[in-house]
Ligand binder design. Sequence first.
Ligand code: AMP
Ligand code: ZN
Length: 493
Amino acid sequence: MGGMIRFHNTLGGEVEDFVPIEPGQVKLYTCGPTVYDFPHIGNWRAYIFEDLLKRFLAFRGYKINHVMNITDVDDKTIRGAQARGVGLDEYTRPFIEAFGRDRDTLNILPADHYPRATAHIPEMVELVKTLLEKGFAYRRDGSIYFAIDRFPAYGRLSKINLEDLRPGSRGDADEYEKESVHDFALWKAPKEGEPFWETVIGPGRPGWHIECSAMSVKYLGKTFDLHCGGVDNIFPHHENEIAQSEAANGVKFVNTWLHCHHLVVDGEKMSKSKGNFYRLADVLAKGYDPLDVRYLLLSTHYRKMLNFTFEALDQARTARQRIGDFLGALKDVSGTATDGAPIDPLIEAARDGFVAGLDDDLNIAEALAAVFTLIKNVNPLLARGEVSKEEAAKVAAFFAEIDTVLAIKPSPTIAGSGKIAKGGYAASGTASVSGGGGISATGEALIADRQKARAAKDFATADAIRRELLAMGIVLEDAKDGVRWKKVGPPKG
Ligand code: AMP
Ligand code: ZN
Protein backbone atom coordinates (compact mmCIF):
# COMPACT_ATOMS: atom_id res chain seq x y z
CA MET A 1 0.00 0.00 0.00
CA GLY A 2 1.35 3.37 -1.00
CA GLY A 3 4.65 4.48 -2.47
CA MET A 4 7.11 6.86 -0.94
CA ILE A 5 6.00 9.56 1.46
CA ARG A 6 7.04 12.98 0.22
CA PHE A 7 7.26 16.24 2.16
CA HIS A 8 7.96 19.83 1.24
CA ASN A 9 11.13 20.70 3.13
CA THR A 10 11.35 24.39 4.04
CA LEU A 11 15.12 23.88 4.10
CA GLY A 12 15.78 23.90 0.37
CA GLY A 13 12.17 24.54 -0.62
CA GLU A 14 11.69 21.25 -2.50
CA VAL A 15 9.32 18.33 -2.17
CA GLU A 16 11.52 15.36 -1.20
CA ASP A 17 11.21 11.66 -0.44
CA PHE A 18 10.96 11.13 3.28
CA VAL A 19 13.69 8.81 4.56
CA PRO A 20 13.90 8.57 8.36
CA ILE A 21 17.29 8.21 10.02
CA GLU A 22 16.31 4.89 11.59
CA PRO A 23 14.05 2.72 9.44
CA GLY A 24 10.53 2.55 10.81
CA GLN A 25 11.14 5.27 13.42
CA VAL A 26 10.41 8.97 13.25
CA LYS A 27 11.84 11.54 15.60
CA LEU A 28 9.61 14.59 15.60
CA TYR A 29 9.90 17.94 17.37
CA THR A 30 7.15 20.52 17.23
CA CYS A 31 7.27 23.96 18.82
CA GLY A 32 4.62 24.12 21.49
CA PRO A 33 2.64 26.83 23.19
CA THR A 34 3.99 29.86 24.94
CA VAL A 35 1.77 29.58 27.99
CA TYR A 36 1.11 33.25 28.67
CA ASP A 37 -2.53 32.98 27.60
CA PHE A 38 -5.15 30.55 26.35
CA PRO A 39 -4.53 29.15 22.86
CA HIS A 40 -6.64 30.41 19.93
CA ILE A 41 -7.76 28.34 16.97
CA GLY A 42 -4.85 29.69 14.89
CA ASN A 43 -2.53 27.82 17.25
CA TRP A 44 -4.77 24.79 16.90
CA ARG A 45 -4.36 24.85 13.15
CA ALA A 46 -0.63 24.27 13.67
CA TYR A 47 -1.17 21.53 16.24
CA ILE A 48 -3.84 19.78 14.15
CA PHE A 49 -1.59 19.81 11.08
CA GLU A 50 1.11 18.20 13.23
CA ASP A 51 -1.41 15.66 14.48
CA LEU A 52 -2.40 14.75 10.92
CA LEU A 53 1.27 14.30 10.09
CA LYS A 54 1.79 12.08 13.11
CA ARG A 55 -1.33 10.01 12.64
CA PHE A 56 -0.55 9.45 8.98
CA LEU A 57 3.01 8.35 9.74
CA ALA A 58 1.60 5.91 12.30
CA PHE A 59 -0.93 4.70 9.72
CA ARG A 60 1.99 4.06 7.36
CA GLY A 61 3.64 1.91 10.00
CA TYR A 62 6.12 4.26 11.64
CA LYS A 63 6.79 4.47 15.33
CA ILE A 64 6.98 8.09 16.38
CA ASN A 65 8.81 9.80 19.19
CA HIS A 66 7.21 13.22 19.47
CA VAL A 67 8.49 16.05 21.63
CA MET A 68 6.62 19.31 22.12
CA ASN A 69 8.08 21.99 24.33
CA ILE A 70 6.12 24.19 26.70
CA THR A 71 7.55 27.70 26.80
CA ASP A 72 6.89 28.75 30.38
CA VAL A 73 9.56 31.43 30.66
CA ASP A 74 9.97 34.19 28.06
CA ASP A 75 9.22 37.90 27.69
CA LYS A 76 5.45 37.35 27.53
CA THR A 77 5.08 34.91 30.44
CA ILE A 78 7.28 37.10 32.64
CA ARG A 79 5.29 40.20 31.75
CA GLY A 80 2.01 38.39 32.48
CA ALA A 81 3.18 37.03 35.81
CA GLN A 82 4.44 40.45 36.85
CA ALA A 83 1.16 42.11 35.93
CA ARG A 84 -0.72 39.61 38.07
CA GLY A 85 1.80 39.70 40.89
CA VAL A 86 2.31 35.91 40.93
CA GLY A 87 5.17 33.53 40.22
CA LEU A 88 5.74 32.05 36.76
CA ASP A 89 4.57 28.64 37.86
CA GLU A 90 1.28 29.88 39.26
CA TYR A 91 0.75 32.15 36.27
CA THR A 92 1.34 29.52 33.56
CA ARG A 93 -0.43 26.56 35.21
CA PRO A 94 -4.01 27.33 34.07
CA PHE A 95 -2.81 27.88 30.48
CA ILE A 96 -0.94 24.58 30.45
CA GLU A 97 -4.04 22.83 31.78
CA ALA A 98 -6.29 24.52 29.21
CA PHE A 99 -3.91 23.48 26.45
CA GLY A 100 -4.24 19.83 27.50
CA ARG A 101 -8.03 20.03 27.70
CA ASP A 102 -8.47 21.63 24.26
CA ARG A 103 -5.98 19.19 22.77
CA ASP A 104 -8.02 16.23 24.01
CA THR A 105 -11.27 17.85 22.91
CA LEU A 106 -9.84 18.24 19.41
CA ASN A 107 -8.77 14.59 19.29
CA ILE A 108 -5.09 15.46 19.06
CA LEU A 109 -2.80 12.67 20.20
CA PRO A 110 -0.58 13.76 23.07
CA ALA A 111 3.16 14.04 22.50
CA ASP A 112 5.51 11.54 24.14
CA HIS A 113 7.26 14.35 26.00
CA TYR A 114 6.17 17.85 27.00
CA PRO A 115 9.39 19.32 28.38
CA ARG A 116 8.97 22.65 30.13
CA ALA A 117 11.64 25.29 29.74
CA THR A 118 11.81 26.01 33.47
CA ALA A 119 12.52 22.33 34.12
CA HIS A 120 15.52 22.33 31.74
CA ILE A 121 17.62 25.25 32.89
CA PRO A 122 20.74 23.06 33.51
CA GLU A 123 20.55 21.65 29.95
CA MET A 124 20.29 25.15 28.49
CA VAL A 125 23.15 26.42 30.61
CA GLU A 126 25.31 23.51 29.42
CA LEU A 127 24.54 24.36 25.80
CA VAL A 128 25.32 28.07 26.26
CA LYS A 129 28.57 27.09 27.94
CA THR A 130 29.51 24.98 24.93
CA LEU A 131 28.73 27.87 22.58
CA LEU A 132 30.93 30.18 24.65
CA GLU A 133 33.77 27.65 24.66
CA LYS A 134 33.52 27.10 20.91
CA GLY A 135 33.58 30.83 20.26
CA PHE A 136 30.05 31.18 18.83
CA ALA A 137 28.82 33.23 21.77
CA TYR A 138 30.05 36.27 23.66
CA ARG A 139 29.19 38.15 26.83
CA ARG A 140 27.93 41.70 26.94
CA ASP A 141 26.52 43.55 29.98
CA GLY A 142 25.74 40.37 31.89
CA SER A 143 23.94 38.73 28.95
CA ILE A 144 25.26 36.17 26.46
CA TYR A 145 24.66 36.51 22.71
CA PHE A 146 25.04 34.28 19.68
CA ALA A 147 27.33 35.87 17.06
CA ILE A 148 25.55 35.17 13.80
CA ASP A 149 28.53 36.17 11.63
CA ARG A 150 30.47 33.23 13.09
CA PHE A 151 27.88 30.81 11.72
CA PRO A 152 28.02 31.03 7.91
CA ALA A 153 24.87 28.98 7.32
CA TYR A 154 22.79 31.61 9.17
CA GLY A 155 19.75 32.54 7.08
CA ARG A 156 19.62 29.38 4.98
CA LEU A 157 16.26 28.19 6.29
CA SER A 158 14.43 31.50 6.07
CA LYS A 159 16.40 32.79 3.05
CA ILE A 160 16.66 36.19 4.66
CA ASN A 161 18.41 38.83 2.68
CA LEU A 162 22.00 38.76 3.87
CA GLU A 163 22.27 42.49 3.24
CA ASP A 164 19.99 42.87 6.24
CA LEU A 165 22.44 41.05 8.45
CA ARG A 166 23.83 43.35 11.02
CA PRO A 167 26.56 41.40 12.74
CA GLY A 168 27.58 42.87 16.04
CA SER A 169 24.25 44.57 16.63
CA ARG A 170 22.25 42.92 19.37
CA GLY A 171 18.67 42.33 20.34
CA ASP A 172 17.20 41.15 23.60
CA ALA A 173 13.59 40.64 22.57
CA ASP A 174 12.59 36.99 22.10
CA GLU A 175 10.82 37.81 18.86
CA TYR A 176 12.03 40.27 16.27
CA GLU A 177 11.50 41.37 12.70
CA LYS A 178 13.38 40.38 9.58
CA GLU A 179 14.36 44.00 9.04
CA SER A 180 16.72 43.88 11.98
CA VAL A 181 18.72 40.70 11.71
CA HIS A 182 21.12 40.70 14.62
CA ASP A 183 22.88 38.72 17.29
CA PHE A 184 20.29 37.17 19.59
CA ALA A 185 20.30 36.58 23.32
CA LEU A 186 21.05 33.06 24.56
CA TRP A 187 21.08 34.09 28.20
CA LYS A 188 19.67 37.31 29.63
CA ALA A 189 21.08 39.27 32.56
CA PRO A 190 18.76 39.50 35.58
CA LYS A 191 16.41 42.46 35.60
CA GLU A 192 14.67 44.12 38.52
CA GLY A 193 11.62 42.06 39.48
CA GLU A 194 12.23 39.29 36.92
CA PRO A 195 12.84 35.66 37.81
CA PHE A 196 16.43 34.47 37.37
CA TRP A 197 18.59 31.44 38.05
CA GLU A 198 22.08 31.32 39.63
CA THR A 199 24.18 29.20 37.27
CA VAL A 200 27.77 28.49 36.23
CA ILE A 201 27.45 30.94 33.32
CA GLY A 202 26.19 33.62 35.70
CA PRO A 203 22.79 34.68 37.02
CA GLY A 204 20.01 35.18 34.52
CA ARG A 205 17.31 33.48 32.49
CA PRO A 206 17.22 31.83 29.06
CA GLY A 207 16.32 33.53 25.80
CA TRP A 208 13.39 31.96 23.96
CA HIS A 209 15.29 30.00 21.31
CA ILE A 210 17.75 28.06 23.44
CA GLU A 211 15.14 25.79 25.04
CA CYS A 212 14.26 24.03 21.77
CA SER A 213 17.91 23.27 20.99
CA ALA A 214 18.57 22.03 24.53
CA MET A 215 15.43 19.93 24.86
CA SER A 216 15.42 18.39 21.38
CA VAL A 217 18.96 17.03 21.80
CA LYS A 218 18.02 15.61 25.19
CA TYR A 219 14.96 13.71 23.96
CA LEU A 220 15.72 13.08 20.28
CA GLY A 221 19.49 13.32 19.80
CA LYS A 222 21.71 15.71 17.86
CA THR A 223 20.11 15.00 14.49
CA PHE A 224 16.46 14.12 14.08
CA ASP A 225 13.93 13.67 11.28
CA LEU A 226 11.17 16.24 11.42
CA HIS A 227 10.68 19.65 12.95
CA CYS A 228 7.40 21.56 12.61
CA GLY A 229 5.73 24.83 13.46
CA GLY A 230 3.79 27.63 11.89
CA VAL A 231 5.45 29.77 9.20
CA ASP A 232 5.91 32.54 11.77
CA ASN A 233 8.41 30.24 13.53
CA ILE A 234 10.78 30.13 10.54
CA PHE A 235 12.39 33.43 11.40
CA PRO A 236 13.91 34.10 13.80
CA HIS A 237 13.02 31.11 15.97
CA HIS A 238 13.92 28.15 13.79
CA GLU A 239 16.83 29.94 12.15
CA ASN A 240 18.23 30.50 15.62
CA GLU A 241 17.58 26.92 16.72
CA ILE A 242 19.65 25.69 13.76
CA ALA A 243 22.48 28.11 14.55
CA GLN A 244 22.62 27.11 18.23
CA SER A 245 22.38 23.35 17.65
CA GLU A 246 24.70 23.03 14.67
CA ALA A 247 27.30 25.37 16.14
CA ALA A 248 27.35 23.38 19.38
CA ASN A 249 27.06 19.85 17.99
CA GLY A 250 28.88 20.15 14.67
CA VAL A 251 26.30 18.01 12.87
CA LYS A 252 23.10 18.65 10.95
CA PHE A 253 20.25 19.55 13.31
CA VAL A 254 17.10 18.53 11.41
CA ASN A 255 16.61 16.74 8.10
CA THR A 256 13.12 17.96 7.20
CA TRP A 257 11.34 21.15 8.24
CA LEU A 258 7.58 21.41 7.77
CA HIS A 259 5.74 24.68 8.33
CA CYS A 260 2.04 25.26 8.16
CA HIS A 261 0.58 28.47 6.85
CA HIS A 262 -1.52 30.70 9.01
CA LEU A 263 -5.13 30.70 9.92
CA VAL A 264 -6.17 34.21 8.96
CA VAL A 265 -9.16 36.46 9.49
CA ASP A 266 -9.83 38.89 6.65
CA GLY A 267 -6.33 38.29 5.35
CA GLU A 268 -4.61 38.94 8.68
CA LYS A 269 -2.91 36.29 10.80
CA MET A 270 -5.15 35.29 13.68
CA SER A 271 -3.22 36.39 16.73
CA LYS A 272 -3.59 37.51 20.26
CA SER A 273 -1.93 40.85 19.61
CA LYS A 274 -4.30 41.76 16.75
CA GLY A 275 -7.35 40.81 18.80
CA ASN A 276 -8.85 39.00 15.80
CA PHE A 277 -8.90 35.59 17.43
CA TYR A 278 -11.36 32.93 18.50
CA ARG A 279 -10.65 30.41 21.17
CA LEU A 280 -12.05 26.92 20.91
CA ALA A 281 -14.54 27.72 23.69
CA ASP A 282 -15.86 30.75 21.72
CA VAL A 283 -16.66 28.53 18.76
CA LEU A 284 -18.15 25.71 20.84
CA ALA A 285 -20.41 28.24 22.58
CA LYS A 286 -22.04 28.81 19.19
CA GLY A 287 -23.10 25.18 19.10
CA TYR A 288 -20.39 23.62 16.94
CA ASP A 289 -18.95 20.22 17.63
CA PRO A 290 -15.21 20.44 18.40
CA LEU A 291 -14.60 17.94 15.63
CA ASP A 292 -16.25 20.32 13.14
CA VAL A 293 -13.44 22.69 14.10
CA ARG A 294 -10.92 19.90 13.69
CA TYR A 295 -12.34 19.06 10.26
CA LEU A 296 -12.16 22.69 9.15
CA LEU A 297 -8.57 23.15 10.30
CA LEU A 298 -7.56 19.80 8.83
CA SER A 299 -9.23 19.93 5.45
CA THR A 300 -7.15 22.69 3.86
CA HIS A 301 -3.64 21.75 2.80
CA TYR A 302 -1.20 22.80 5.49
CA ARG A 303 0.87 25.02 3.19
CA LYS A 304 -2.15 27.07 2.13
CA MET A 305 -3.43 30.02 4.01
CA LEU A 306 -6.80 29.29 5.59
CA ASN A 307 -9.33 32.05 6.03
CA PHE A 308 -11.54 31.48 9.04
CA THR A 309 -15.27 32.12 8.58
CA PHE A 310 -18.33 30.61 10.19
CA GLU A 311 -19.57 29.70 6.71
CA ALA A 312 -16.49 27.54 6.26
CA LEU A 313 -17.18 26.01 9.66
CA ASP A 314 -20.77 25.26 8.58
CA GLN A 315 -19.41 23.50 5.51
CA ALA A 316 -17.10 21.46 7.70
CA ARG A 317 -20.08 20.47 9.83
CA THR A 318 -22.03 19.48 6.71
CA ALA A 319 -19.15 17.37 5.44
CA ARG A 320 -18.93 15.51 8.75
CA GLN A 321 -22.67 15.02 8.78
CA ARG A 322 -22.53 13.61 5.30
CA ILE A 323 -20.07 10.99 6.47
CA GLY A 324 -22.15 10.40 9.60
CA ASP A 325 -25.33 9.94 7.58
CA PHE A 326 -23.55 7.49 5.36
CA LEU A 327 -22.34 5.51 8.37
CA GLY A 328 -25.89 5.56 9.72
CA ALA A 329 -27.22 4.14 6.47
CA LEU A 330 -24.54 1.43 6.52
CA LYS A 331 -25.54 0.45 10.04
CA ASP A 332 -29.12 0.17 8.94
CA VAL A 333 -28.40 -2.45 6.30
CA SER A 334 -29.91 -5.73 7.34
CA GLY A 335 -30.28 -7.57 4.04
CA THR A 336 -28.16 -10.58 3.10
CA ALA A 337 -26.50 -11.36 -0.23
CA THR A 338 -27.13 -9.08 -3.20
CA ASP A 339 -26.36 -9.08 -6.86
CA GLY A 340 -25.26 -5.46 -6.93
CA ALA A 341 -21.82 -4.17 -7.87
CA PRO A 342 -19.05 -5.60 -5.72
CA ILE A 343 -17.95 -3.30 -2.91
CA ASP A 344 -14.34 -4.43 -2.48
CA PRO A 345 -12.92 -2.60 -5.53
CA LEU A 346 -14.66 0.60 -4.45
CA ILE A 347 -13.07 0.38 -1.01
CA GLU A 348 -9.65 -0.41 -2.50
CA ALA A 349 -9.87 2.58 -4.83
CA ALA A 350 -10.79 4.81 -1.90
CA ARG A 351 -7.92 3.51 0.21
CA ASP A 352 -5.44 3.97 -2.64
CA GLY A 353 -6.63 7.52 -3.25
CA PHE A 354 -6.54 8.34 0.44
CA VAL A 355 -2.98 7.07 0.91
CA ALA A 356 -1.66 8.47 -2.38
CA GLY A 357 -3.04 11.89 -1.47
CA LEU A 358 -1.46 11.98 1.97
CA ASP A 359 1.79 10.47 0.67
CA ASP A 360 2.02 13.53 -1.57
CA ASP A 361 3.03 16.12 1.05
CA LEU A 362 -0.16 15.52 3.05
CA ASN A 363 -2.50 16.43 0.21
CA ILE A 364 -5.61 16.25 2.33
CA ALA A 365 -7.94 17.52 -0.42
CA GLU A 366 -7.07 14.53 -2.60
CA ALA A 367 -7.39 12.14 0.34
CA LEU A 368 -10.83 13.47 1.27
CA ALA A 369 -11.95 13.44 -2.35
CA ALA A 370 -11.27 9.69 -2.44
CA VAL A 371 -13.42 9.25 0.66
CA PHE A 372 -16.34 11.25 -0.71
CA THR A 373 -16.11 9.43 -4.03
CA LEU A 374 -16.64 6.19 -2.13
CA ILE A 375 -19.71 7.66 -0.45
CA LYS A 376 -21.02 8.87 -3.80
CA ASN A 377 -20.56 5.43 -5.34
CA VAL A 378 -22.02 3.42 -2.48
CA ASN A 379 -25.03 5.63 -1.70
CA PRO A 380 -27.07 4.60 -4.77
CA LEU A 381 -26.29 0.94 -4.05
CA LEU A 382 -27.59 1.43 -0.53
CA ALA A 383 -30.69 3.15 -1.81
CA ARG A 384 -31.41 0.21 -4.11
CA GLY A 385 -30.79 -2.32 -1.33
CA GLU A 386 -27.82 -3.81 -3.18
CA VAL A 387 -25.45 -3.82 -0.24
CA SER A 388 -25.29 -6.81 2.04
CA LYS A 389 -24.80 -6.52 5.77
CA GLU A 390 -21.32 -7.98 5.37
CA GLU A 391 -20.39 -5.48 2.65
CA ALA A 392 -21.77 -2.61 4.72
CA ALA A 393 -19.58 -3.75 7.60
CA LYS A 394 -16.53 -3.71 5.31
CA VAL A 395 -17.22 -0.14 4.23
CA ALA A 396 -17.74 0.87 7.86
CA ALA A 397 -14.44 -0.82 8.78
CA PHE A 398 -12.69 1.23 6.10
CA PHE A 399 -14.07 4.41 7.67
CA ALA A 400 -12.84 3.29 11.08
CA GLU A 401 -9.43 2.67 9.53
CA ILE A 402 -9.10 6.12 7.96
CA ASP A 403 -10.46 7.74 11.09
CA THR A 404 -7.27 6.71 12.85
CA VAL A 405 -5.74 9.38 10.60
CA LEU A 406 -8.51 11.97 10.33
CA ALA A 407 -9.90 11.52 13.85
CA ILE A 408 -13.08 13.39 13.00
CA LYS A 409 -15.28 10.60 14.43
CA PRO A 410 -18.31 11.17 12.28
CA SER A 411 -21.25 9.80 14.15
CA PRO A 412 -24.81 9.36 12.97
CA THR A 413 -26.06 10.72 16.26
CA ILE A 414 -24.87 14.28 16.10
CA ALA A 415 -26.58 17.35 17.46
CA GLY A 416 -29.77 18.23 15.68
CA SER A 417 -31.10 14.72 15.25
CA GLY A 418 -34.56 14.04 16.53
CA LYS A 419 -35.14 11.10 18.77
CA ILE A 420 -38.03 8.72 18.81
CA ALA A 421 -38.64 6.68 21.90
CA LYS A 422 -39.21 2.97 21.84
CA GLY A 423 -42.78 1.82 21.77
CA GLY A 424 -44.16 4.92 20.19
CA TYR A 425 -42.67 7.80 18.41
CA ALA A 426 -42.42 11.48 18.88
CA ALA A 427 -40.68 13.52 16.29
CA SER A 428 -39.48 15.95 18.83
CA GLY A 429 -36.47 18.19 18.49
CA THR A 430 -35.29 20.02 15.46
CA ALA A 431 -33.55 18.33 12.63
CA SER A 432 -31.64 19.22 9.57
CA VAL A 433 -28.36 20.34 8.36
CA SER A 434 -29.68 23.23 6.44
CA GLY A 435 -32.00 25.10 8.65
CA GLY A 436 -34.50 23.61 11.00
CA GLY A 437 -37.99 22.22 10.99
CA GLY A 438 -39.30 18.81 11.95
CA ILE A 439 -40.28 16.14 9.48
CA SER A 440 -43.50 15.90 7.58
CA ALA A 441 -46.57 13.89 8.68
CA THR A 442 -45.78 11.42 5.89
CA GLY A 443 -42.28 11.03 7.24
CA GLU A 444 -43.62 10.47 10.74
CA ALA A 445 -46.13 7.92 9.51
CA LEU A 446 -43.43 6.06 7.60
CA ILE A 447 -41.19 5.95 10.64
CA ALA A 448 -44.06 4.54 12.69
CA ASP A 449 -44.81 1.91 10.04
CA ARG A 450 -41.18 0.92 9.96
CA GLN A 451 -41.09 0.56 13.73
CA LYS A 452 -44.13 -1.73 13.51
CA ALA A 453 -42.51 -3.79 10.75
CA ARG A 454 -39.33 -4.14 12.78
CA ALA A 455 -41.29 -5.16 15.86
CA ALA A 456 -42.93 -7.87 13.72
CA LYS A 457 -39.43 -8.86 12.46
CA ASP A 458 -40.52 -7.96 8.93
CA PHE A 459 -37.11 -6.60 7.98
CA ALA A 460 -37.76 -6.50 4.25
CA THR A 461 -40.60 -4.02 4.75
CA ALA A 462 -38.58 -2.09 7.32
CA ASP A 463 -35.69 -1.76 4.85
CA ALA A 464 -37.98 -0.70 2.04
CA ILE A 465 -39.43 2.06 4.23
CA ARG A 466 -35.96 3.16 5.28
CA ARG A 467 -34.99 3.57 1.64
CA GLU A 468 -38.13 5.52 0.97
CA LEU A 469 -37.28 7.84 3.84
CA LEU A 470 -33.74 8.18 2.54
CA ALA A 471 -35.13 9.31 -0.78
CA MET A 472 -37.06 11.99 1.15
CA GLY A 473 -33.83 13.12 2.77
CA ILE A 474 -34.51 11.48 6.12
CA VAL A 475 -31.81 9.30 7.58
CA LEU A 476 -32.56 6.80 10.31
CA GLU A 477 -30.41 5.20 12.88
CA ASP A 478 -31.58 2.48 15.17
CA ALA A 479 -30.46 3.08 18.71
CA LYS A 480 -30.90 1.00 21.85
CA ASP A 481 -33.74 3.19 23.04
CA GLY A 482 -35.59 3.63 19.80
CA VAL A 483 -34.85 5.20 16.45
CA ARG A 484 -33.22 8.50 15.63
CA TRP A 485 -33.92 10.47 12.53
CA LYS A 486 -32.15 13.29 10.83
CA LYS A 487 -32.91 15.38 7.80
CA VAL A 488 -30.08 15.81 5.37
CA GLY A 489 -29.76 18.67 2.98
CA PRO A 490 -27.78 18.66 -0.22
CA PRO A 491 -24.11 18.83 0.65
CA LYS A 492 -22.55 22.27 0.41
CA GLY A 493 -19.19 23.16 -0.98
P1 AMP B 1 2.96 30.48 20.16
O1 AMP B 1 2.22 30.02 21.38
O2 AMP B 1 2.66 31.89 19.74
O3 AMP B 1 4.46 30.24 20.30
O4 AMP B 1 2.47 29.60 18.94
C1 AMP B 1 2.36 28.21 19.01
C2 AMP B 1 2.23 27.64 17.63
O5 AMP B 1 1.06 28.15 16.95
C3 AMP B 1 3.40 27.96 16.71
O6 AMP B 1 3.75 26.79 15.97
C4 AMP B 1 2.87 29.05 15.80
O7 AMP B 1 3.54 29.06 14.56
C5 AMP B 1 1.42 28.62 15.65
N1 AMP B 1 0.50 29.72 15.28
C6 AMP B 1 0.30 30.89 15.92
N2 AMP B 1 -0.65 31.64 15.28
C7 AMP B 1 -1.06 30.91 14.21
C8 AMP B 1 -2.03 31.12 13.15
N3 AMP B 1 -2.78 32.22 13.08
N4 AMP B 1 -2.17 30.14 12.22
C9 AMP B 1 -1.43 29.00 12.30
N5 AMP B 1 -0.52 28.75 13.26
C10 AMP B 1 -0.32 29.68 14.21
ZN1 ZN C 1 10.99 25.92 19.08
